[in-house]
Write a protein that binds this ligand. Sequence first.
Ligand code: PEP
Ligand code: MG
Length: 875
Amino acid sequence: MGKFVYSFSEGSKDMRSLLGGKGANLAEMTRIGLPVPYGFTVTTEACTRYYEENQMIGEDIIGEIYEKLAELEAVTEKKFGDKENPLLVSVRSGSVFSMPGMMDTILNLGLNDETVESLAKLTENDRFAYDSYRRFIQMFGDVVLEIPKSEFDVIFDGQKEKVGAAFDVDLTTDDLKEIIVGYKALVKKAVGRDFPQEPKDQLMEAIKAVFRSWNNDRAILYRKLNRISDKLGTAVNVQSMVFGNMGDTSGTGVAFTRDPATGNNQLYGEFLVNAQGEDVVAGIRTPKPIAEMAEAFPEVYKDFERIAEILEKHYKDMQDMEFTVERGKLFMLQTRAAKRTAVSAIKVAVDMVDEGLIAKETAVERIDPAQIDQLLHPTFDTKAEKTAEVLAKGLPASPGAATGKIYFTASDAEAAVESGEKAILVRQETSPEDLAGMVAAEGILTARGGMTSHAAVVARGMGKCCVAGCSEIIVDESGKTLTIGDDRLEEGDYISLNGSTGTVYRGQIATVQPELSGDFGMIMSWADEIRKLKVRTNADNPKDAAQALAFGAEGIGLCRTEHMFFEEERIPAIRQMILAETEEERRTALAKLLPFQKSDFMGMYEVMEDKPVTIRLLDPPLHEFLPQTEEDTRELAAHTGIPYEKLAQAASELHEFNPMLGHRGCRLAVTYPEIAEMQTRAIMEAAIEVSAEKGVDIVPEIMIPLVGSKAEIADVKATVVKTADACREEAGSQMKYHIGTMIEVPRAALTADEIAEEAEFFSFGTNDLTQMTFGFSRDDTGKLIKEYVDKGILPDDPFQTIDQDGVGLLVQMAVEKGRQTRPNIKLGICGEHGGDPRSIEFCHRTGLDYVSCSPYRVPIARIAAAQAAIKDVEK
Ligand code: PEP
Ligand code: MG
């Protein structure tokens, strides 16, 4: 029989998967001699068994729990249910990966009508004892008996109103006793039985409730968002209570060893005198900055500083700690790696390398590539922000800039976003139920709660702009209004939030791009030293190319030439080419296009200089360049003099339906070689001229799309070679050039050895390759794939993260076959997957030379490529 319950003295930080993060760290803190109230952990395996055994806790596990309870009683010299010296415990969930605020907690368990009196006597504090008891009934009622919290609130607020109490602390012992009577009546009415008085029953029910909470909606959603397996289960921590609400020498708080928003190396957090933990996290009272604790409890503060330092050095990472002070004595209740903004993550990582605490590799590994996004996104334009009307000021809970229409419930915000709006979620305070709305919103504004309130913690984790604790505003959630002084805003009105300053503005504000240097540059340079993959970008205009260069791109992996065709002054010539009836007519039209294409390519080469630039020949079906509506077709007819009927007929003949696998890709060049001729000429002439002008070495890379066989590429290649060589001769140039192909048709992967006889490089077009391997039309399947992912039929959207088991196999096969024929063949990827961290890891393992992605994903790709290399070495 296994072991399902561990005392804190038996575990360590390395037992996370069994004890959960919280349990493992409580054990670790106990092990290294820090003051932790004693307790024990019921393992995640017990949770798995609970689900396997029909939601029952096995007799053997119950036996183990009682054994550990007896040990806890011995250590604390208290007894469960004892009238003289009762043991009270907290029961908290703790899964392998931290899920802040997602799971349930019960405090003061062990209180009943008798032990509450002994607690009052022992502490000589009636009020404290009855306050603890009413909190316990409320939490137990909510978490275990599933009675809505609001029903308890009605009783509580009713009593406050009845006696004219402004704050919770104004309630007297008698008031609290009356509330308890009300709470117990509510429990009886709601569940048809009395509130359980036997502590052991309370404990078992609470443990089961924690197991159940693993599968509540918000926990499931959180896991889904964070890609945490549903199978892990949660551990349960049972810990003897310490009380932060025992009067003015007690208190409770949450603190970080460094600033989780900026990364500054100073203790950062909040505390409340005479309060229990949930008061801080739930934002019921607005807490004080941790520095003020130095004044309230100077000795304890020193001790806390010392422990924070020990913990950070021990874990070699920024910690997020919970503590309680009971009558002047400090107790640690939790420590874990702190969630942090991207700015903070980067600063902390760089500082810790400077401090000699971690290696560069660890620093790079700690950066979440997806989070980098936060740094690349715009902030408010300073000028526009200066002139904007300030409505209110709250706490700068999570940095960034957000503009949108206000909505007052999570579901309204979600619905608005679904219909294409940008939403700001405005709440009195948020709770875990609001998660889906927070995900959908651009930003979050709350009236109550501090820097460690639910809204603040969750928003920072998501990298979402948040202003919290904005006490100047009055939020009427049911009336859907936001009042600030005499001003009233309604649902749908625009506001803007600056999450770095806590300012709330009226209306919309323009945004600007951020600068990337300092610590960010340092981390990036370490990533560049470590990674093996090169990072290119997909860009088809000089502006995007320059942006990508600024982000560290080392070349262009895909220039889609059709994007250049759409420009207004070119479209008439394109259409003339499409509608041409003879080769001669087509050549006349193409001749008009040549100077445009050439200057496009010159622009690209001027920016990229000697860096590699892969230019792809025309790919999309021609109908995309013809007018789509009757009105536009008539206009074109009037403009060109071509009869409307002829135009309409051409459009309908050329029209293709998704997935558009007809007359496109290299098939265009096979049937109309003069298109490939014109494009090759434009590329070569541009390269030769810029090379001479700038004195740089350019080696054009000409890429043929949608190839499925050797003969097909050979046909187009002949046109390209003939034209390129003619250009060289005309210019008297020796310029080298490379011809390669996209691998995006499954047949190309299967026959890659043959294709490599013609192609000097392969670029995996995993968008089309995914479309054709799955048989999913890439433009029609968004909704369907979401359902497949929700149902678990697909682990991920294969258009976002490469399907390693299917599409990935084709890529691997093509890599092997390609190298067989041509050992030095250059291999890259230019589908969307080139910017996806998990796909990048796959590309590294598969041995590609480079990934190519959109400019804004270049820094993400640099980090992800370095992390893939580190992982490889670790293996
Ligand atoms: C691809 O298919 O992956 C690709 C990069 O080409 P496009 O998206 O232009 O079809
Ligand atoms: Mg493609």
